[in-house]
Design a protein around this ligand. Structure first.
Ligand code: ADP
Ligand code: MG
Length: 682
């Protein structure tokens, strides 16, 4: 008797060759096969009369064979079967290539279902190689038909046949992982019904039910797994930080913090007092003042006698942090050091020694901070800025230098909370949902390319007033090659310099430059030595040039709204009125509407929600690379509601049965999913 763990070769028609092809799709067992869900569906329920066929459309026809099929060998190795079918409205000529068996199997006078693309003229209709089935059999005709992702050596027909077979032999054995009460409360169908109908839906409603149930299950398993990670973390005990008088820190700031900044700081400090390692994401729109949240945490750690490390994704950002934080924290008695790739060997040695003996409280740097040679005497806190540029492995490497340091990650990618939960796994989230007072919104315009002369004049005017400008060109993705955006940027900069702005200083930066070169260009711009910086999105993250007041984005329609918002955050950081001009020649109404939204709101979270709605989650930083475990049906964009229900159910189940000892199959499945994805999630 076959079971879910039987190899696919147990099925009739699956030999070693097919098994190898299936393996490429990750399918080894019958269970894998049942979990190999369709990519989409073809609705072939409607059957038409021959007289109604429109050439070009793919459709089902029920028709009777009217003449004996003829078989011709048209070329070496090529057979052609021709036959005529009729119904009461007309005649349909059918041709089949290399299916010579049809000559004998198609019976004159019998009615069959044909599915294919109608061809010919309105008067003389035909179909080439349609799918043929006997009436009432209906696997590939007359119903909603699954469409699977394929690989070489496998066809839709083959896959749907063997999946049908697998369903017949062990569809009923699909384990019901969801506890009955959870199924009842969420109105979820049974596992067996869901698996049957995700492959071969009886109708729209059955498909929707199946989809919903399977999506819920995925999200539920995911929530259980994350909760497991969280509780494993809270099992790590560390000595709680003492409470510290923060008044000197607050008193040293040139401004008073916003309510949101204070709240985030409070949340982080209370984490650190709790005796388990903090693992918090501080999420705030560009310019919301995350650096001060980090500074407060560093102060708190230092006053507890512990060292802190702050990592930035680029050298220039690290230097900027150093230049902001050292003058603030050193008068408060904290010793700060900058350690980057370009720190000289001697300084590096000295700083290294000082870190090891504990005479430095805060080390600010890039990846250099986590290269093997640096060691800390007592690392108590790690802050990473713009965390999506840091891999999990890098964070882990730094964490290993101390005994379970508290970690705070700061991100300006404003993603909806539900998605954050998925993306950042087991992190607790603090939101800075308020900008410092008096911030002027960046005035944003969406214009066609014909406005360029006016835009150039606008740039000239502002540069004459002492401001600087960014011009951003998107990456040109042409098929495989993420090709010559470097060349495009260079060429555009040259053209601007020579033909448009001969009297201004134009520089360029792109991702293919050596980091050193790139940082030099950015540093020159930050120092006001160039007027216009033409670049790809390399300037996207965090660089602070308060004097830059204009940003022009070429081919703006190629960016997501969130990304444009991030880019826009590079201007409007000083006291100057700032502008963002989005150039797009795209006439598509939807694309235009999308850019229009940016001209109307400066709210990064609203834009993120909008992005999620319009483009789905794939466009968010990191989602694609993340490889979320087992989300095959659930769509993070559309299933936010379902995610919430699944989380609630998971939490409740765990509160009743923390070890899942009453749901062993469930526990095993979660373990299996998370073992496979431990790398991406730890
Ligand atoms: P983020 O890293 O969140 O993008 P920053 O920490 O770089 O933002 O802060 C942006 C700017 O706002 C900085 O110049 C900072 O000094 C300033 N700032 C931060 N908090 C406040 C505040 N509460 N009031 C006034 N200005 C602030
Ligand atoms: Mg920042």
């Amino acid at each position: 008797m076959e079971t879910l763990t039987s190899p696919v070769t147990a099925l009739r028609g699956v030999g070693p060759q097919k098994a190898r092809a299936l393996e490429k799709l990750g399918i080894r067992t019958l269970g894998d096969l049942l979990r190999f869900y369709p990519r989409t569906y073809d609705d072939r329920r409607e059957t038409k009369k021959i007289g109604e066929l429109i050439p070009g459309e793919s459709v089902c026809v029920s028709a009777m064979i009217a003449s004996a099929p003829t078989l011709a060998h048209i070329r070496k190795g090529m057979d052609l079967v021709k036959v005529r079918a009729v119904d009461e409205t007309g005649v349909l000529d059918l041709t089949f290539f290399n299916q010579s068996w049809l000559k004998t199997s198609l019976q004159v006078g019998q009615t069959y279902l044909f599915y294919g693309k109608a061809e010919g003229t309105l008067l003389r209709k035909s179909m080439a190689s349609p799918i043929v089935e006997q009436e009432g059999l209906g696997e590939r005709t007359g119903r909603i038909v699954p469409v699977y992702p394929l690989t070489a050596g496998l066809s839709q027909l083959f896959l749907s046949r063997i999946i049908r077979l697998a369903l017949d032999v062990c569809g009923d054995a699909v384990p019901e992982l969801l506890p009955a009460d959870i199924r009842r409360e969420n109105a979820l169908c049974s596992a067996a019904y869901a698996v049957e109908n995700i492959h071969f839906p009886e109708g729209d409603e059955a498909l929707a039910l199946a989809r919903r149930r399977l999506a819920f299950e995925e999200l539920f398993l995911f929530a259980l797994g994350l909760a497991g990670l969280r509780s494993r973390r809270s099992a790590d005990r560390v000595a709680p930080f003492r409470d510290v008088d923060m008044a000197p820190f607050y008193g040293a700031l040139p401004f008073s913090l916003t309510g949101a900044q204070r709240r985030c700081i409070e949340e982080a400090l209370s984490d650190m007092r709790a005796g388990i390692p903090m693992n918090r994401l501080c999420q705030g729109d560009v310019g919301s003042g995350k650096t001060m949240v980090a500074a407060a945490c560093v102060y708190f750690a230092a006053k507890n006698g512990r060292q802190a490390a702050l990592m930035a994704p680029t050298e220039i950002l690290a230097r900027q942090h150093y230049e902001t934080l050292a003058p603030l924290l050193e008068p408060l008695g904290l010793r700060c050091a900058l350690l980057t790739g370009s720190t000289g060997a001697k300084a590096k040695r000295e700083t290294g020694a000082a870190l090891a003996e504990g005479s430095i409280d805060l080390a600010i740097g890039t990846h250099a901070l986590i290269t093997g040679s640096v060691s800390f005497r007592d690392l108590g806190l790690v802050v990473t800025d713009e965390q999506h540029r840091f891999g999990v492995a890098q964070r882990a490497a730094l964490a290993e230098k101390g005994l379970h340091p508290h970690t705070l990650v700061m991100s300006a990618t404003p993603i909806p909370r539900t998605l954050a939960l998925i993306l950042y796994g087991d992190l607790d989230v603090s939101l800075i949902d308020e900008l410092p007072p008096g911030r002027q919104p960046v005035e944003t315009f969406a214009v066609p390319g014909s406005y360029r002369p006016r835009i150039y004049a606008f740039l000239r005017k502002h540069i004459a007033q002492g401001r600087q400008a960014y011009i951003v060109c998107p990456m040109v993705e042409s098929g495989e090659e993420v090709s010559d955006d470097a060349k495009a940027v260079k060429e555009y900069a040259r053209q601007l310099q020579e033909e448009i702005f001969p009297n201004l200083r134009v520089a360029f930066a792109h991702g293919k430059m050596k980091p050193k070169e790139k940082e030099a260009v950015m540093a020159a711009f930050a120092a006001g030595e160039t007027d216009i910086l033409v670049s790809t999105t390399v300037i996207e993250v965090g660089v602070d040039v308060p004097n830059a007041a204009v940003m022009v984005v070429e081919n703006a329609e190629r960016f997501g709204l969130s990304q444009l918002h991030q880019l826009r955050g590079r201007v409007g950081r000083g006291r100057h009125r700032s502008y963002c001009i989005l150039i797009s020649d795209n006439r598509n109404e939807e694309a235009r509407q999308r850019l229009k939204i940016l001209t109307k709101t400066n709210d990064g979270f609203r834009l993120a929600e909008e992005d999620l709605r319009l483009r789905g989650p794939g466009d968010f930083f990191g989602v694609r690379q993340h490889g979320l475990p087992g989300l095959r049906v659930a769509d993070l964009g559309c299933d936010a509601q379902l995610l919430q229900s699944a989380q609630k159910s998971a939490e409740r189940l765990l509160s009743q049965d923390p070890e899942l000892s009453r749901s062993l199959a469930l526990r095993a499945r979660v373990a299996e999913l998370f073992a496979r994805n431990a790398e991406t999630l730890n």
